[in-house]
Design a binder for this molecule. Sequence first.
Ligand code: MRU
Length: 347
Amino acid sequence: MPSIQWKDNYLFLLNQTLLPNQVQYIECHDYRIVAEAIKRLEVRGAPAIGVAAAFGIVLGAREFSNSQYFWTSLLKVAEELGQTRPTAVNLFWAIERMMAVASRYDQNSEIVDVVSALEQEAVAIADEDVAINSKIAHYGAELFTTPVSVLTHCNAGALATAGVGTALGVIRQAFDDGNITKVFADETRPLLQGARLTAWELVQDHIPVTLITDNMAGWVMKKNMVQAVIVGADRITLNGDVANKIGTYSVAVLAKEHNIPFYVAAPVSTFDFTMESGFDIPIEERDASEVAHFAGMRTAPEGVDVFNPAFDVTPNSLVTGIITEYGVLRGPYREAITELQQKIKGV
Ligand code: MRU
């Protein structure tokens, strides 16, 4: 079941806020619907929001294609999409890539050519993500040579990408190779991406999955029930610090204490080569109601103060390896990431 589909000039997004109870697609014929879907987490996961934003730009470009203000409108569309969520760098990466295509044209160009080039680029971004996921899955699965149980946090699966997923892509491949016996899925409070989405994907694929609440991870490790952790990422800085769903940092600390390898699986589009360290990553803070309510019911007193960061940053010292489409990076990450950057540039 694809999370994102471009069909007959419209974008279809699987509404992830309704899962696992309802499978329903949002038909986006307007870039504003895409922007709202990103804000509301109807489409979520770093690579998926990048792909969605790319198609959002196509929809915006088409809407203004007959306007004398095409170029300024296109800039506004890009700006609006860029203001939806601050942490996952894939969003800005995709928007920049789209706008770089537009910038090859000028005021004298035929607007239909610009729109068509933008559509081709968005399709390429989506298709590349599928191929990249497969490469990550392949490199990541090589880390597992004997059957083990793994733990994952949040959802870095097919729902979070255009392909098989990053962390879940690795898990899928390693399972097919006979090297995964079981996956522990953290439920991932407050929005339950682990319970609602990761467990849903794995149950569908018949991969043994055991759901735990976030506060059980330490005990599961203490009891030797898990031999590796693998998660996705929203932004990785030059020094190898990793922003991912809130709670990831706690899992990494626990893994260190129990001598369990902690792997991050992410495409190159998740690396922020302009940012030195995780200290500078903007962390999204979401509405207090997500914490003060559970399943639509208030679970905390009216008037209580709430802190609701959607992401945290795991320092590079806790990361055993970063699995990319170019292979597995190991510390010291400053060197490994600079080398990766050179590889991408072809130097
Ligand atoms: O708030 P979300 O659900 O968009 O957060 C998603 C995550 O933190 C994922 O782990 C990350 O984007 C990697 S997805 C391949």
